[in-house]
Write a protein that binds this ligand. Structure first.
Ligand code: AN0
Ligand code: CP
Length: 321
């Protein structure tokens, strides 16, 4: 395994889930696999879960993590090719990537969508440069369009808590004061599309996700109708994906608080579990009552971030041998 961006990179999903169960049960069983190996974790953006779960998973595998916060601990990096570097960026990715790669065996990168230029973001311009110039396996720790470590952890969580062979999973947009990327909903839709679940996606008009990620899902614009009989409710805000009108890409089209997941929304479900990737804004995305209820899975879901990335790191280490 030399990159982890898409569900296709993990191969058979049931084999991946079986491996996740094994890793969760015996996290230290592979602690010699990472001996004398180093993972570089490069953060262009803030993180709590991804940063800590990646370090913990590396330590479980006996691998040394090095964390770099770009622009805080390092020079500010230029990411666009062909520009005159007369601004505040002291170094170009073109040099920084092979230098960082020379110090490690695996690289993980967090680099959010800029939300200004759809083409630049959807080409995964920054992560592609890591793949091209690192010559080492690359993990997306949430890049412009995907967050595979999150989606894999979400799948593991659904697999653990489901009580039906084919549960109904509803991905619902919810309001947020700032424009957020589409990486989390894109990957969630992509991974659920590959899993044995009945996926319904609901959002206001204009928030249609890129169809490359939503193949096989039902889109329902009436949120209450979408939620009827749901077994899992996965809330997330995202900004306009600009699928039909690229000029609206990254914009906030709605702040309709009627979409906040509250008790009335959960009442039409089949006693659904509530999920969110975190960080979450209470009483914007979800009411206190719902996130604090016993049906909320936000903490076990976050805990499973160690499991998902440990499976990925383990497979990468195995392919290095
Ligand atoms: C980010 C996002 O929506 O992509 C990270 C989520 C894991 N969220 C925020 O920036 C609040
Ligand atoms: N869910 C998630 O990726 O959280 P962080 O942004 O804190 O890493």
């Amino acid at each position: 395994m030399n990159k982890f961006f898409h569900v296709s990179d993990i191969g058979d999903i049931n084999a991946a889930l079986a491996e996740a169960r094994q890793v969760k049960q015996t996290p230290y069983a592979w602690k010699h696999l990472g001996e004398n190996r180093t993972i570089m974790l490069v953060f262009f953006n803030s993180s709590l879960r991804t940063r800590l779960s990646s370090q913990k998973a590396a330590l479980n595998l006996g691998m040394s993590p090095i964390v770099l916060n770009i622009g805080q601990d390092s020079w500010k990096l230029e990411t666009e090719m062909g520009v005159v570097m007369d601004g505040d960026k002291s170094e170009h990715l073109r040099e920084a990537i092979p230098v960082m790669a020379s110090y490690c065996d695996i690289i993980g990168v967090r680099s959010f969508a800029g939300l200004k230029d759809r083409e630049f973001d959807y080409a995964e311009t920054i992560l592609s440069q890591f793949v091209q110039y690192a010559g080492k396996p690359v993990i997306s720790l949430e890049s412009a369009t995907v967050h595979p470590c999150q989606a894999f952890a979400d799948l593991i969580t659904i697999d653990e808590y489901k009580t039906k062979a084919r549960p109904k999973v509803v991905l619902t947009w919810a309001p947020h004061p700032r424009a957020l990327p589409q990486a989390v909903p894109n990957s969630f839709a992509e991974w659920m599309g590959a899993a044995d679940v009945d996926l319904v996606i609901t959002h206001p008009h204009g928030y249609e996700l890129d169809p490359a990620f939503t193949a096989g899902a039902r889109i329902e614009y009436d949120q209450m109708k979408a939620l009827e009989g749901a077994d899992f409710v996965y809330a997330k805000n995202w900004s306009c994906p600009g699928v039909t009108d690229p000029s609206l890409y990254g914009q906030i089209l709605s702040k309709d608080m009627g979409w906040t997941v509250d008790e009335a929304h959960m009442a039409v479900t089949d006693n659904a579990h509530f999920m969110h990737c975190l960080p979450v804004r209470r009483n914007m995305i979800v009411s206190d009552g719902v996130i604090d209820s016993p049906r909320s899975l936000v903490i076990p879901e976050a805990a499973n971030r160690v499991v998902s990335i440990q499976v990925v790191m383990k497979r990468m280490l195995e392919s290095l041998k």
